[in-house]
Each structure stands twice: as C-alpha cells, then as structure tokens.
Design a protein around this ligand. Sequence first.
Ligand code: MN
Length: 532
Amino acid sequence: MAHESDKKQIIDFIKASNKILVMPSAPVDCDSIGSALSLYVVLKKLGKEVTVVSADPVPNVYEFLPVIHAIGDRLTATKDFIITIDTHKTHVAEIKKEEEDGKTHIVITPKGGRFSPKDISINYGPEKYDLIITVDTATLEQLGRSYEDNVDMFTQIPVLNIDHHISNEQFGKVNYVDAMASSTTEILIPIIEQLEKETGKALFDDDIATLLLAGIITDTGSFQNANTTPKSFDWAAYLIAKGGRQQEIIQRIYKTKPLSTLKLWGKVLSKIQIDEAYKFVWSTVTQKDFKDTESDEEHVGEIIDDLLSNAPGAEVILLLKEKSVGVISGSIRTTSASVDASEIASIFGGGGHSRAAGFKVKNPDFDKVYKYVIEKIKEYQANRLNIVADENGEDIGVAQKVETPDMTPVYKYEAQATEAQVAENKAETVAIEKEVVEELESEIDGSKPKKRVGRKAKTLKEKESDREEMEKEIEESGAKKTIKERATSGIELKLKKDETAEEENSANQDESVDQESSNETHAPRSGYRFEE
Ligand SMILES: [Mn+2]
C-alpha cells in the first residue's frame, strides 16, 4: 500500500524525467481524467513535455473540464523503425522513398558495387518517453489498446502506478496505491503539494483544483457512496478553497442530460418487461434506437443502474444491447446477494462480479439471441426459486423450446483473426522467398535482366519481423485470455470470492452499483470489461 517512501520515489522520478506519458484507464471516468489532466497541467508548469493518451473516447459529458483537449486518442509510434545499411563495402549514393499502393519502398542507390540483403539490418530507435504515469488504473489491461499495442514499452520505461483500487496489480516500478482514498485525485493532492515545496513553484490553480475536485465528487457519487471518508470532505473543502468550481461540476455532471439521452431512456423504459414470478426485469436497446434518438452508446451507461435496478421486486436485471451491427452485449445486475450475476453471465460466455456482470457475443440476429437469453435467464431463476410451472400451468424448461443461436464470445473471434493473420503472413513470406530465389537464379545465369532482389529481401525481413510481433501478441493474448477465462468461469470467481470477500464486495464494475449496497468499503472498477 502507499508509503511515504513511494511518494518520495514518485517525486524523484517526476523531477528527473522530461518526456512523460500520462495514461488514464479505459474506459475513462471523471477520476481518471481529472487525475491525468491535473498531472498534465502540473508537469507542464514544471517545464516537462507531457502527453496524455486515452485508449477510449472521452464521453461528451466531461467536455467542460479544463484542458480536456489535451487528451490524445492514440499513442503514435513510440519508437522509430530504423533500417540500417552496412556501408563497409559499398557506399550509398542516394536514398529515395517511393509510394506504391499502400507500400513505401525505400530505394537505396549504391555508389558503385551492390548491396546484398546481408547488408541490411532493422532496429528500433530509442523510446520517445522517459516516464509513464498510470492513474486510476488497476491493471495494465485497463489501458486497452495503448497497452496492447505497446507491451514492450511498459517493460522498458519506468512506470509510476498511482491508484486507489484495492485490486491494483502493483505493475509499476513505483506503486503508490492507497485503497483508503476515495479517488485517485485525492492521492495526487499531497504529491502536488510536495512538488510545490521541492521545486519552489506555485502549482495549484483553479483549473487543477477543479480537475481534482471532479475526481472526488464523482468517485464518491457526490459523497453518497460508502467509500466517502472524512478525508474526502477535508480534501474537497481544501480544493474549493483553492478555487475548485464545485457548482460547475455538479451542474455539468449531475444536472445536465442531453435531450438525446432522455429520448433514449424513454425508448428503453417503454420496452421494459417485468416478470414478477421470475423476479426478472429486462429491456433492450438496438442500433435503431440509437439512430432514432440520435444518441450513442455513451448514453446507455446509467440506464441499467439508475432506471432498471429500481424496479420493485426485481432480483435480476438485464439490458440487452445491440452494440454494433452483429455484436450483442448484455449487462446484468442483481439486487440480492443470493443471485450471482457472474454466474448468469457465464451461461452466455461472459463474466464479471456477483452484483454486476456482462457478456458479449457476435451474432447478427438480435431477436434470436434475445429470445434465447430471456428464456435461459428465466430457466435459471426457475431453478433457483423452485418454480415448477409457469402461469399457464406449463412445465418450466422453456429454454429448450428456443433454438440455440451462435453465442460465441467476441474475444474468441478476435484471437482467431490474429491467428489467421499469421497464417496469411507466412504464406506471403514463402511466396516472396520463392520469388527471390528464382530471381537470384535468373540473375546468376544471366537469362533475365536484374530485378530488385534487395527490395524483396527487405520486404521479407519486414514480414518476418511483423510475424514475430504477431506471434508474440497471440502469445500475450493467450495469457490475457486466461485472465478472461478465469473471469468467465463462475467456479473460479466463486473461489476468488471466498478468498477475499472484501475484494468481491468492492469489485463491482460500475461504481454506481455500490450506492445500493451499504456494506462496502471502497469500490474499484473491475479489470474485466465485459460490460463494454
Ligand atoms: Mn477512481
């Protein structure tokens, strides 16, 4: 957990670094953005080069936050790709770049003599950053693509891990994790104070105070959640005194709903179905709903927690979403400790936590998946509640009458695609190799004019290094899949739950869920992203 010595190390690393990459977790929330942006302003004031990258888009609701546009959406190449030519034997006369449908040829004209593939080597330049700071991020996987596409970078550059999730995996070079803090921005306050002291520069201003305050207000659910501590109030008061704009935060986050969101909520509410016998409430949202109301997925967020979970008597709540054409996801909430949402989600290849879970499948037929999921959940509830016959006196077991659609979880498709890419790459490599050999042979016996064997050799090398990278990715995604599979398995989750009851309690995916359960300490977001 957080020690003074960790704080000292954080300060020392910041002071010694110049090109700093700050990363909030994905999907972003107000605490992760507030943390990242307040650091951005502070580090800028200290004369550092700062880059903030969020793998997931920033929801419109946070547009009012100061310097919000400093957040970049992708991590551009963190290193240069360097092609080196050995000029011991042959010198270079000229280097040209030629573009040809989707390819760039680097054409090297020798000064007398000839280059051979052996003279070419490929390297990477140095990293463009000398420090990474992750904020509000419990696992590296929560950084999404920014991590997945740059796994290497995280082993080569020191990572400062500043967070308040009890589930934090301590992946940093320095881990400053305080699970007692209500928000990550709360942890940053003493760090910024210390930086002020040590550098003699005034760092706090209205904007920084507003960003930090926004993190505290939202992560405590306006001081309603169980994770609210006396310290949260103290810090909030301190930040308001520093110029934090509390009214603006409340107004923009809690009191403003775009018309499109209200329209979407209306649609979802009009489709609510309640089955009292099964204690099951559900609704759907489709691509057509999004189109009709001119809203997007961002606006679905609170529907399940704010609207559906309030239905009296409901134990199991489901919102089935057509996320995009052909991709269907389900968000499941349970209101009673005796029903395990993750167990229900696991029926459909998903997972999550006891109160909040989800699944995501690839299937173009929304209606078919809908019928199947509803009947399966009813069946699950029938078994739990010992319902032997439905209201018409018919036997339960309805699910067997419904055709089982393809319910393969989305991540399985993703892994297959990568394997296919490797195979394709391999086939291409073999073909090029063959061409190179043929051309070399024809060159030797002089039967054909000289062709650009060097260029092909280079393509070959590139393809091979691409393939190596892809294979590594698959290997890593294999490891990741194990984590996911662990999450999808109800049994494993139960084991985990027994081990750390506290963690289970605090592991609900949406912090808003925690408002309803009173016995919880802090509520970290889960590392698994089935909800999305
Ligand atoms: Mn947080």
